[in-house]
Design a protein around this ligand. Structure first.
Ligand code: AMP
Length: 435
């Protein structure tokens, strides 16, 4: 009986080996880059209590209303949710472990997040984010640091052009006055609103400003802007940020309609957008969330952070051809079966002892087919453990690439086993210096 094949959950992708080099490359660059700004790794669980996200992100947000993977643990009745973003969990961990007790902290994370959205290019139900948070900093210098470090990352990665939009959402009382005016305004234009906007009118009118519906463009363009309601403190913060960005040579646009989808933001919000990815062009979003730590039961602690979507950055990287997508290893160890296979197995381990990357030919196969596999593995050299040479305590060493290994017909020489690792290390060091 043949069984039906099982498929992955819709909107959740496998990372297959062919695409792995670009992810590994990105992850390595990211780790170096966050370290260069003094951010420390924090890893929180994928599952948290549902209440954390409801309290943190806000009840009337898209994420909490309709995108969370929430379920009741049938073993103990707990209500749990797969994290739809990193900030709530990071703040929960910081409060739980008193991380900011001795002063502000810079932390970062990387990993999967889950949102039940309609899948399309650049929008998935499991996707990956790099998330950066600065806990306990009042800014605006740290807000500027976040934006400047991202500008540096786009340069390191060679992705671009990416444009920056910023806005200031003010403080709660300023937003409340703006919100009241917005409701009055949208009520007087009720007929022009779509169903979604009508629903949000009294729950989250700010989100109407964020609408993707072109029919609402006109009515949204005329709506009262938050900028008109900012007090002196908010204005000074926003101006301070802009001065620092200008001094760092960062171009930006102030977009008074930029509000972001999460409830916890105040003062600075920003997004980085590319035109190279079609509809899902926002690659990074973030901002300040001063009230959140207190909302999570901690001592009030001004904080800000951001996240960028790794799938979208990977998509840009694939287009920019910055990353070498070929697989590679130092040496492929072939053999003639029997005693030579056992010896080859040991030789491969000895080469790894010497710090080399070695792929052992598992199983059987003609030397010709093994050489094909050696070539496909991207190896620089093949070691062939053959019966005749092994009798003299030696193996054959064949160059597969570079001038010495041109067109696969590379030179082959016999090397005593005890000198093999040293010779390979020397040869690889030489070819590295030449390239
Ligand atoms: P957000 O937490 O919604 O501000 O998202 C931050 C970043 O994550 C976005 O700018 C995107 O790059 C990425 N992102 C958000 N939602 C998705 C998704 N469903 N699929 C892929 N990437 C996403």
């Amino acid at each position: 009986m043949t069984r039906k094949k099982l498929a992955a959950v819709r909107g959740m992708n496998d990372l297959l080996p062919a695409e792995a080099p670009v992810w590994e490359w990105l992850e390595a660059r990211v780790a170096d880059w966050v370290r260069s700004y003094g951010y420390q790794l924090i890893r929180t669980p994928l599952l948290e209590h549902t209440e954390l996200f409801v309290r943190g992100i806000g009840e009337v947000t898209d994420i909490v209303e309709k995108e969370m993977y929430s379920f009741e643990d049938r073993l103990n009745g707990e209500n749990l949710t797969l994290r739809p973003e990193f900030t709530a969990g990071t703040v929960r961990a910081a409060v739980e472990h008193n991380l900011t007790y001795e002063g502000p902290r810079r932390v970062w994370s990387m990993g999967p997040v889950f949102r039940h959205e309609r899948p399309q290019r650049g929008r998935y139900r499991q996707f990956h984010q790099v998330n950066v948070e600065a806990l306990g900093f009042a800014g605006p210098d740290i807000d500027a640091e976040h934006i400047v470090m991202l500008a540096r990352l786009w340069k390191i990665l060679g992705v671009g052009p990416v444009r920056l939009e910023i806005n200031c959402l003010g403080q709660a009382d300023e937003r409340a006055r703006h919100r009241a005016e917005l409701i009055t305004y949208f009520e007087s234009h009720r007929d022009a609103l779509d169903e979604d906007a009508q629903r949000r009118l009294h729950t989250n009118p700010l989100r109407i400003l964020d609408t993707k519906n072109p029919a609402l463009a006109e009515v949204v363009a005329q709506a009262p802007k938050i900028t008109g309601y900012l007090g002196d403190g908010s204005r000074a913060h926003f101006e301070g940020l802009q001065r620092l960005l200008e001094a760092s040579g960062i171009s930006f646009t102030v977009n008074p309609r930029l509000v972001r989808g999460l409830d916890y933001y105040n003062l600075t919000v920003f997004e980085w957008i590319t035109d190279a990815l079609g509809a899902q062009g926002t690659i990074c979003g973030g901002g300040r969330y001063d009230p959140l730590v207190e909302r999570m039961g901690g001592r009030a602690s001004p904080s800000c952070g951001y996240a960028f979507g790794m799938e979208r950055v990977v998509e840009l990287l694939k287009e920019s051809a910055t990353v070498d997508m070929t697989t590679s290893t130092d040496v492929y160890v072939a053999h003639q079966g029997g005693a030579t296979a056992a010896q080859a197995f040991r030789v491969a381990e000895q080469l790894r002892d010497a710090g080399l990357d070695a792929v052992y030919h598992a199983g059987e196969g003609s030397l010709k087919s093994q050489m094909k596999k050696a070539d496909a593995s991207g190896a620089e050299y093949a070691v062939i453990v053959g019966e005749a040479e092994l009798g003299n305590g030696a193996v054959a060493l064949k160059a597969l690439r570079g001038p010495a290994g041109a067109a696969g017909g590379g030179e082959q020489r016999i090397v005593p086993l005890e000198r093999l690792a040293d010779e390979l290390v020397d040869a690889l060091t030489r070819s590295e210096q030449q390239s």
